[in-house]
Design a protein around this ligand. Sequence first.
Ligand code: ALL
Length: 324
Amino acid sequence: MGKNRVPLIIGLVAIVAVVLIVVLKPKSERPVALIMKTLTNEFFQTMEKGGREAAKELGVELKVMSGSRETAIDEQADLVAVAVGQKVAVILIAPGDSKQLVRPLLAANKANIPIINLDNPLDPDEVKAQGLKYVAYIGTDNVQGAYMSTKELIRAMGGKGNIAMLEGIRAADNAEKRRRGYEKAIKETNEAVVEVAHDTANWETEQAADKFAAMLQSHPEINGLFCANDNMALGAIKAIDRAGKTGKILVAAFDNLKAVQEEILKGSIHCTIDQHADWMASEGVKMALKLMKGEEIPESDKVKLVNLELITKDVLLEKQKAKK
Ligand code: ALL
């Protein structure tokens, strides 16, 4: 063998060794992937924080992955492929679209990587049609959360008036369920509250500002608005401010972001819902570790729902007092 071939062979052996180490590594030493929609939304920053804290405590390596914006569904599908390619031990995913992410996730099933669904539920029909297997759902009763937020809004409106809604991405199961919760609260008023308009702003602040400005033009009678998330509420209040209607239109939301807490204290947003995104991720990491250790997940843990909290000005002031 020529002398100059030796380094080449050593190099090849080293590459094969590295590949084998990665592929054959026991599951417990492989990372867990946390795939979210976008860190431009504080909701997912909170989720990341919860995941990182639990991972640190439990000695799990966490790979945090996310797309560039709310509507970047294809990017999220690519991230699933990357996580599968990297042979992570478990995939935790908060899907941006409940149907479109099902097919890309089939690759995880093929590679024997367990999936835990966080936050936004995968679409049950699509899951069935594609034959996708996932271990558990950890998230929110979205009908109930939207119902709680809208009911408080209606109470503050004096139980009557003209209401509107800004919806999330319509292909997201939680956006659809929040619409149902909102409708349920309206129905209970026996037509004392009437819906005069609704539209989607795809969870985004700027779109919400534009869409609500347009809504106000055609429906100046609106005096209550439910936004399916906080970021849209932050957009809507810009439109309300520009129309000189601050204080005349009550706004309810969903997420309990810091910026919304400030608006609630100032009085420009009436209420929101805390759905504890950090809890979802930390429960996800704990469950992932169980799977990595080969433990069974009991049937009762296959749907884990967060304790929803209605946040109003009074609640925030109480919390501030309790901190002191
Ligand atoms: C959902 C969350 C939110 C959030 C939205 C935006 O899945 O539950 O409330 O604001 O995603 O992506």
